[in-house]
Ligand binder design. Structure first.
Ligand SMILES: NC(=O)c1ccc[n+]([C@@H]2O[C@H](COP(=O)([O-])OP(=O)(O)OC[C@H]3O[C@@H](n4cnc5c(N)ncnc54)[C@H](OP(=O)(O)O)[C@@H]3O)[C@@H](O)[C@H]2O)c1
Length: 268
């Protein structure tokens, strides 16, 4: 007799798929034959992306318009996936945001919202889906940041949240090594997306003519290659790799002063 899961649709779930890096993950994974479920708050953008993918002759992704910053957001998403007969084989936990400025003057609720989305929701959706991902011997990609590797004055809560993502991702990578499940933490540096506007950064912080700023497509391509190769961490771009290698070697106060100067110059 067939088990209920035998009829389930095996999917890749991408959170934060309505824009930026997540939307590029959706485009490139659909083109490589992955059947998708997309989640973010803006339904119109998710629907437009699902239609774009369907027009290319791929299965239309399932779309879930949900606020993952809500304490029950991840539970609602897992329940909606189950109700749609979906079984998640690959998770791309990408939804996230930051706020630039001094922690003492930024909106407190906005800063706690970063923890709610980047830390709590990312952890909750991973834990909720882990049994089915292990059963499918699937894959997980968590989106961290170059800020995962160093503290970030003027983006203090954001960098701290991304340090958590790297710590959680690397620990899971080790725990799950013998289960056939790979866990990859992707740590992009500055990338042209909606991130800078939401963070309140100066317009120049998202200039596509700045060679230090990568495209969302390039970041998604590097992340996808690392995900499919089962790599523990992926830091896209040589400038970002340099930061990753040099940060632990630099005197801590000098490092903090350098990051503070850089972030102050990006404050809008
Ligand atoms: N861009 C960079 O420079 C950079 C660098 C390092 C790391 N990252 C990380 O990359 C990831 C993707 O960011 P991005 O650069 O692509 O920024 P983005 O263009 O602003 O995209 C963020 C995505 O997250 C979704 N999202 C935001 N709040 C949400 C919520 N409460 N519930 C559900 N979905 C939510 C957004 O959709 P809705 O608004 O429709 O909900 C959007 O799809 C983030 O984790 C970010 O921290 C970005």
């Amino acid at each position: 007799m067939a088990k209920p899961t035998d009829r389930a649709r095996s999917l890749t779930l991408i959170t934060g798929a309505s824009d930026g890096i997540g939307a590029e993950f959706a485009r490139l994974m659909a083109a490589r034959g992955h059947d998708l479920a997309l989640c973010a708050r803006r339904l119109d953008r998710l629907d437009a992306l699902a239609d774009e993918i369907a027009r290319q002759g791929r299965p239309r992704p399932l779309v879930f318009a949900l606020d993952l910053g809500d304490p029950a957001g991840s539970e609602h998403l897992a329940a909606a996936l189950a109700a749609a007969g979906a079984r998640v084989e690959i998770l791309v936990a990408n939804a996230g945001y930051g706020l630039i400025g001094p922690a003492r003057s930024l909106d407190r609720r906005g800063q706690i919202g970063i923890v709610d989305l980047n830390v709590r929701a990312l952890t909750d959706i991973t834990l909720l889906l882990l049994p089915q991902i292990v059963e499918a011997r699937g894959r997980i990609l968590l989106v961290g940041s170059i800020g995962s590797w160093l503290p970030g004055p003027y983006l203090a809560v954001y960098y701290a949240s991304k340090a958590y993502v790297l710590s959680f991702g690397e620990a899971l990578w080790r725990e799950l090594r013998d289960t056939g499940v790979s866990v990859t933490t992707l740590c992009p540096g500055p990338t042209v997306t909606g991130f800078q506007a939401r963070a309140g950064m100066a317009a120049a912080a998202a200039s596509s003519s700045d060679p230090r700023i990568m495209t969302a497509r390039a970041v998604a391509e590097a992340g996808y290659a690392g995900l499919m190769a089962g790599r523990r961490t992926v830091v896209p771009g040589w400038r970002n790799k340099l930061v990753q290698w040099l940060a632990p070697l630099a005197p801590r106060t000098r490092l903090l002063n350098m990051v503070a100067r850089m972030q102050e110059s990006r404050t809008g």
